[in-house]
Design a protein around this ligand. Structure first.
Ligand SMILES: C[S@@+](CC[C@H](N)C(=O)[O-])C[C@H]1O[C@@H](n2cnc3c(N)ncnc32)[C@H](O)[C@@H]1O
Length: 270
């Protein structure tokens, strides 16, 4: 089994994505999606950004490596009667079967960044986007003080070192790496732009309970707990994560969680 696929099928990202829907809606509104546009959402999960794009009238294809999330996305689209939104299994590093120049907008929000072979990912995104179209990526930023980079920092201290040659997904949050990857795919550096943006993780449960959701359903955190378990360090990891989530929680309502996280928004004019 492809380890990248196994990682994301291990848990159920839907449980985490439920707290990210509002930010997904807002991001899609902000980047501008129009009726009739052909949109590819890569690493789409269960459709946090694909569904709002389809609600605006775009013709949306979501591609994701995890079969369970593709099925969940198709169920969500069907439940809303969105016949202009479909989900398929595929790998952002190799979009075989997807024609050249077939999308006006290729979107990937915390999705394609997790695919191996980042240079192939950039090349594929450029290949399938038509000239005059756009690529928009949302990528977590390495060493950022906000939630997601900090979860990774804590988790990696409990995990075995990555295999030789592993390229961290977080490198997609660095402007020079992103520029190198898209210029290698034939895009002039001037056509690549960057902005800092914010997503919010919002749940009607306490921060410690949100950690429980990550521990049970978010593949990368599940792996960190598996590693901590095997070293007798489970409680230590749990305590560090709960302290992080509590410190970053901005909700003023008891028993709820609202945590902002900064990401790098990349826009490529193709
Ligand atoms: C953090 S989740 C984000 C999902 C979705 N974009 C969202 O905003 O809710 C990362 C997603 O990337 C997908 N993914 C990871 N590697 C991939 C690859 N090689 N090709 C396509 N999708 C991939 C995972 O299955 C997962 O759905």
């Amino acid at each position: 089994m492809n380890p990248n696929k196994a990682l994301w099928e291990k848990g159920d990202f839907t449980r985490i994505a439920q707290g990210m829907r509002e930010s997904g809606d807002e991001l899609v509104a902000r980047i501008g999606v129009n009726k009739g546009q052909k949109v590819l959402d890569l690493g789409c999960g269960d459709g946090t950004t694909a569904l709002p794009a389809a609600r605006l009238g775009a013709d949306v294809l979501g591609i994701d490596i995890a079969a369970n999330l593709v099925a969940a996305g198709n169920r969500r689209a069907e439940a809303e009667g969105l016949t202009n939104c479909r989900f398929e299994e595929g790998d952002a590093s190799n979009l075989e079967g997807v024609s050249d120049d077939s999308f006006d907008l290729t979107l990937s929000v915390f999705g394609a960044m997790f695919a191996p072979k980042p240079f192939d990912v950039a090349k594929e995104m450029v290949r399938v986007t038509r000239t005059g179209g756009r690529i928009v990526m949302g990528n977590w930023i390495p060493n950022d003080p906000t939630l997601v980079a900090q979860i990774l920092k804590i988790s990696s201290a409990y995990s075995p070192p990555p295999p030789e040659g592993f390229v961290s997904p977080m490198t997609w949050g660095g402007e020079s790496d992103v520029t190198e990857r898209f210029t290698a795919a034939g895009i002039p550096a001037d056509d690549i732009s960057f902005e800092r943006d914010t997503y919010r993780f919002e749940y009607a449960i306490r921060p410690a309970e949100v950690v429980g959701e990550f521990r049970s359903y978010y593949g990368p955190t599940m792996n960190a707990f598996d590693a901590a378990d095997s070293n007798g360090r489970t409680d230590e990891l749990e305590a560090e994560l709960v302290a992080l989530f509590e410190a970053q929680n901005e909700s003023t309502e008891d028993g709820t969680t609202s945590i902002p996280a900064t990401f790098l928004r990349v826009t490529v004019a193709v």
